[in-house]
Design a protein around this ligand. Structure first.
Ligand code: SF4
Ligand code: SF4
Length: 153
């Protein structure tokens, strides 16, 4: 998982504020949470000496494109449809105790994970414990996945 420090190391580290953040570290955190894009750093985009850093940042940040608010990415090509994550997610258990929470089909629309056509799909991501300002770093869905199909970036 990419860290804010890893991103920070590739920024100009001059705290020029041209990105409208108070420091380069604040900008790095904004990049990590995907509220800003690296192209919003003018020196990084305009100055020759940052070409390498720009390329590295692009490579680091590219996998984060398409991630949900929580940073969730599902690599469908790796998912075997086993359903471990569906049963393990505490939100599924709480919101649908007699359906998804027990390994059966969902009985309502409030679940995060469900398996459709052999692949897991995510919805209601705002229900995830990693969502919002009081987020906790829940890993209940990642740890039991045998194929590493779930990632938080
Ligand atoms: S991080 Fe936790 S709450 Fe969020 S989807 Fe995974 S298991 Fe569910
Ligand atoms: S635990 Fe992994 S392989 Fe199994 S359904 Fe979930 S994402 Fe797919």
């Amino acid at each position: 998982m990419t860290s804010a420090m890893e991103i920070y190391q590739l920024l100009p580290k001059t705290n020029c504020k041209k990105c409208n953040e108070s420091t380069c570290m604040a900008f790095a955190v904004a990049l990590l949470s995907r509220t800003k894009q690296y192209t919003e750093c003018p020196p990084l985009m305009e100055e020759e000496k940052y070409i390498d850093s720009r390329q590295k940042l692009e490579n680091i940040l590219k996998p984060m494109e398409g991630a949900e608010e929580t940073g969730l990415i599902i690599h469908e090509e790796l998912c075997s449809g086993c359903g471990n994550c569906v049963v393990a997610c505490p939100v599924n258990v709480a919101n649908d105790p007699y359906g998804s929470g027990k390994g059966f089909g969902p009985t309502n629309g409030k679940v995060i994970f469900r398996v459709e056509n052999g692949k897991v799909k995510a919805a209601n991501i705002e229900e995830c414990r990693r969502f919002g300002k009081d987020r906790i770093l829940c890993r209940a869905c990642i740890d039991p996945c045998p194929t590493e199909a779930i990632e938080f970036v």
